[in-house]
Design a protein. Structure first.
Ligand code: PAN
Ligand code: ZN
Length: 192
């Protein structure tokens, strides 16, 4: 736990690389961590038979002055697809029902997907510079539809909690698939 003698606590963010320093925790998410999320299970299995590609990195700095303090996270989402589905984060909803979040896209292009537990769905187009507010009780996922790395900075309360189960069970209402070279929203068969 940090104390006032450590204040102010700052990290230095490099817009060119999408990295900040110092980092406390690095968490890599590979395809094996997301196999339930991508819709084309045969492509997932054939890819995993050869290798387990990195899909994104999460760099974290929890500002631990109290249990209700905030975390700073940077997600670096690699470009690419699994079959026809663009690389994306797992997606989750916060366990606490009063916990929002801010996402700041600093590099690349893609979409922020939002969804309530009842399946109300929204998508926000992202380019470098878009800052999005995620309301409490909306599941959130980022999707990289560009040719380069998609990078975003996140800030949330350490006490928010991350619940992945609703996304593992049913996913998001719409998939972002490549159709004729373009990112296209397609109704997920798991919802219809
Ligand atoms: C973010 C996410 C991060 C990785 O820091 O945790 O982008 O996405 P998943 O957690 O869905 O794998 C955040 O939303 N924190 O609350
Ligand atoms: Zn979150």
């Amino acid at each position: 736990m940090l104390s006032p003698k450590d204040y102010p606590i700052s990290v230095q963010y490099d817009f060119a690389s999408g990295k900040f320093d110092p980092v406390k925790i690095r968490d890599d998410r590979n395809l094996s961590d997301l196999q339930m999320m991508f819709h084309d299970k045969s492509v997932v299995q054939s890819t995993l038979a050869e290798a387990d590609p990195l899909i994104y990195e999460v760099w974290l700095h929890p500002f631990e002055t109290s249990k209700s303090d905030m975390a700073l996270g940077v997600t670096r989402l690699l470009p690419g697809k699994i079959g026809d589905e663009y690389h994306m984060t797992k997606g989750h909803i916060h366990e606490r029902d009063d916990q929002p979040e801010i996402y700041f896209c600093t590099q690349g292009e893609g979409y922020l997907l939002l969804q309530t537990i009842d399946g109300e769905f929204r998508a926000e187009r992202w380019t470098a510079g878009t800052i999005s507010h995620i309301p409490p009780m909306w599941a959130h996922r980022a999707v990289n539809t560009g040719a380069d790395m998609l990078v975003f900075v996140a800030s949330y309360h350490l006490s928010a909690g991350h619940d992945y189960a609703p996304i593992i069970n049913k996913g998001f209402r719409k998939l972002l698939l490549e159709r004729e070279g373009q990112p296209t929203f397609v109704e997920s068969p798991r919802w219809t």
